[in-house]
Write a protein that binds this ligand. Structure first.
Ligand code: HEM
Length: 502
């Protein structure tokens, strides 16, 4: 049998031998998103270890979708032969492995020790190494008496089928002596053009590492790969499952999954976006650029490094991904701190992050994100628009698969997003996800320093697009996204789960 080449993408249609076995043994959603619009994240705590093992085995046998069956069924749907069915995925936390008396994969130990739990009390500063403040998280994510052992990701094409799938899962969990600690719903948002968007109204999930040859080949014609190569090797996400049964271990892989509930204060974000447009002296259609300078793309997806205005006449702006920043080194078109530039400077750096997030709406919004009325001036914005925008209860269920939490998620979030000095110089923190060390913000002496010489918060923006004539200083943009809780998991191979004995 031919060996699996982890250093390259994989053609799933041509997969045979070990590669085909690998796709049968791997859980879905890792190599490619499951694509369902409705999700329930069911967080559970195990009881007796023997019952927990039985539960995991039954879930794997009856519910979990393999990578191969996910790909085959979405192919059938595309050809019109089938509709999307239910989808299930299981991931175990560090304490989850401990609860079934199994050693956790090494990477979980690394991140797991940083999060809230027994170690939290010992953490004098009350913050984690990546500037999270667990004391401010939702109770379900920081209860040392009820640690989250596993996440069941249940996805379906509509709310009704998600409901019945979740009910069946809950029954099974209870029948096996485990508890449902929390259920978090997520739901895909779309704009009028049909693009997937997040709550600030921007097209999301455009730039993803592509690990399947079929997805890479589909980027023909307009979506060339001359400046940016979206193809990524399988080892961007896959690591061998260390505890899969020995007889099949060479074809058993898993992935580290990060889950973060990120609340979005849409009102404060839009307010700041409005002020920024004023400060930059933008008028008419140009005002949209303020947000694009923060995100790196206009709402429709147009990269701001390519254009000073959204390509509203192009229906496919949410697919444009063949660009880099070589002609924009100084950031006169796309600031070097803009979210997508911080997260991917497209400079040959090889680190990639596979995102599988979905928005949530714990309380229904008054208006969908792309129906925010236009305001004439700040007073009009405050009076007429702001009250319609949510300050809490909506956001993103950020999920990302990694082959290494340390060199992927941790690096993206902390070494780049939270670091005002990266990339080279002083671009400021990431305006969407960046946060400074809370102790530094709390300490009065540092607060003072922040407003004067400490370059942590204020990002600078060139006043004119594509010109370095003048710079608007201290365009402080941050604090509109708050971490409400999360956990680190490992999504094991199917044979690991089905081989668990009581
Ligand atoms: C509420 C929080 C967040 C919002 C609203 C948000 C929004 C967005 C949007 C609108 C895009 C552009 C779409 C695209 O290029 O695919 C994007 C891209 C991206 N985001 Fe985020 N994001 C959030 C959190 C995060 C976090 C926590 C990380 C990582 C730690 C992250 C990493 C990335 C990456 C890697 C890209 C792709 C950049 C590229 O390849 O050009 N995002 N995000």
């Amino acid at each position: 049998m031919t060996a699996i080449n982890l250093g390259a993408p994989l053609s799933w249609r041509n997969a045979e031998g070990c590669s085909l076995e690998m796709l049968k043994n791997l859980q879905g959603n890792i190599l490619k998103g499951h694509g369902r619009s409705h999700v329930a994240c069911v967080f559970i705590g195990f009881g007796d270890p023997r019952q927990a093992r039985h539960l995991l085995r039954t879930l794997a046998e009856r519910f979990v979708t393999s990578a191969l069956s996910q790909l085959r069924s979405s192919d059938a749907r595309r050809k019109g032969c089938a509709t999307d069915g239910d989808f299930c995925h299981i991931a175990l936390s560090l304490s989850g492995y401990e609860a079934i008396n199994c050693q956790a994969p090494a990477g979980l130990d690394y991140m797991g020790r940083l999060r809230v739990g027994p170690d939290y009390a010992e953490h004098a500063a009350g913050t984690t190494e990546i500037n999270d403040v667990p004391s401010e998280w939702e109770q379900a994510f920081r209860d040392p008496d009820n640690p989250i052992h596993a996440l069941i990701l249940a996805a379906a094409p509509d709310a009704c089928s998600r409901g019945s799938l979740t009910r069946r899962l809950i029954d099974l969990v209870h029948d096996n002596g485990a508890r449902v600690l929390h259920i978090q719903h997520g739901q895909q948002l779309r704009n009028r053009r049909g693009s997937a968007i997040e709550h600030f109204g921007y097209a999301d999930s455009i730039s993803q590492p592509l690990m399947l040859q079929e997805d890479i080949d589909a980027l023909a014609g307009d979506y060339r790969r001359t400046l940016w190569e979206p193809a990524a090797p399988l080892n961007t996400v896959l690591v061998q499952d260390p505890w899969a049964p020995e007889r099949v271990r060479s074809t058993c892989f898993g992935s580290y999954l990060v889950f973060r509930k990120l609340e979005q204060n849409v009102r404060s974000f839009k307010e700041r976006e409005f002020e920024l447009a004023d400060n930059l002296g933008l008028h008419g259609d140009d005002r949209e650029r303020a947000g694009a300078l923060v995100m790196g793309r206009f709402k429709d997806g147009t990269p701001v490094t390519l254009s000073s205005r959204a390509w509203s006449d192009r229906h496919d702006a949410d697919k444009i991904n063949d660009f880099d920043y070589e002609q924009d080194y100084a950031g006169t078109r796309c600031p070097r701190h803009a979210h997508i530039r911080k997260m991917n400077p497209r400079d040959g750096r090889m680190d990639r992050l596979v995102r599988r997030g979905i928005p949530y709406e714990d309380k229904m919004r008054l208006l969908p994100p792309d129906e925010t009325p236009l305001a004439g001036n700040t007073r009009d914005f405050q009076r007429r628009v702001a009250p319609l925008l949510p300050e809490r209860d909506v956001g993103l269920l950020f999920m990302a698969y990694n082959s290494s939490l340390e060199t992927q998620f941790r690096r993206f979030q902390h070494e780049w997003g939270n670091d005002p000095f990266k990339p080279r110089g002083q671009p400021g923190i990431d305006p969407i996800i960046g946060s400074l060390d809370p102790d530094m913000i709390r300490a009065p002496v540092n607060r003072l320093a922040r407003n004067t010489s400490y370059p942590g918060m204020p990002q600078d923006i060139f006043l004119q697009w594509n010109s370095n004539a003048a710079v608007a200083l201290n365009c402080e943009f941050s604090g509109h996204v708050t971490m409400k809780g999360g956990e680190y998991f490992f999504s094991p191979s199917l044979p690991f789960l089905t081989d668990l004995i009581e």
